[in-house]
Design a protein around this ligand. Structure first.
Ligand SMILES: C[S@@+](CC[C@H](N)C(=O)[O-])C[C@H]1O[C@@H](n2cnc3c(N)ncnc32)[C@H](O)[C@@H]1O
Length: 219
């Protein structure tokens, strides 16, 4: 972990940053060469079945909602949770455009949320790395899962073989991320996932930059 102050501890700042970039977010997705397969794989790893209830934490503009909605069908529900009003407005548009009837959207900070019923699966789609403390966010989300439920994290990181090469550029990378999609180059998301105490299944893409990690809660 870096000793540099992490601005993500200030939720008002996080909300403001995501409100600011909500309209341009698809551009950054192309700039960062996010592989389409990464999102498809994350949805697949949720193993959502008909009638299930799935939570998408930091659902953003809702680009993954249509695929999850199709998996759970009309008797299931996809619950999108996000801090940013502008992101949620875009998610509402996504739901309307795709005529999705099984979507619920809630504006809240993850840490203040607790569900009435546990979820079958929970997804962090490129959102874990915008949290100040991944351990706290993951432990909280883990508590939302029913036994046998799956926690899926789709995110990006500096690939391990590149860490030494990129070290001199870290201040610039950090600055750029904080101006755009807030991905935290100092975060070690897989270390945080291992703290959950269950095996982590990992798929990587683009030389380890993008990954889908899946952890199943014991029955
Ligand atoms: C990088 S965007 C990812 C959006 C989308 N899931 C995707 O795959 O493109 C991260 C999202 O997490 C949300 N977020 C960050 N911190 C949050 C918090 N504490 N509680 C709820 N949502 C949060 C942000 O508002 C933002 O929409």
């Amino acid at each position: 972990m870096s000793s540099i102050a992490n601005p993500r501890t200030d939720l008002q700042w996080v909300e403001h940053q995501f409100d600011r970039v909500a309209w341009s977010y698809p551009f950054f997705e192309r700039l960062f060469l996010v592989p389409r397969r990464a999102r498809d794989l994350a949805v697949e790893r949720l193993q959502a079945g008909s009638g299930q209830c799935i939570l998408s934490i930091g659902c953003g503009r809702g680009s993954m909602l249509p695929a999850i909605s199709a998996q759970v069908g009309v008797h299931g529900e996809v619950h999108g949770l996000d801090l940013s009003v502008r992101m949620l407005q875009a998610a509402e548009r996504t739901a309307r455009q795709h005529d999705l009837k099984n979507i619920r959207l809630t504006r809240t900070d993850l840490h203040r949320y607790s569900p009435a019923e546990p979820y079958h699966s929970v997804l962090f789609g490129f959102s874990l790395s915008s949290f100040a403390d991944p351990d706290i966010a993951l432990q909280h989300a883990w508590s939302f899962l029913r036994p046998g439920g799956r926690l899926v994290v789709l995110d990006a990181r500096i690939p391990p073989p590149m860490e030494r090469i990129t070290r001199p550029f870290l201040p610039a990378i950090r600055w750029f991320m904080e101006q755009t999609v807030l991905g935290d180059p100092d975060m070690r998301p897989l270390v945080a996932l291992e703290q959950l105490g269950a095996p982590v299944a990992l798929n990587t893409m683009r030389w380890g930059t993008y990954f889908v990690a899946t952890v199943q809660k014991p029955e």
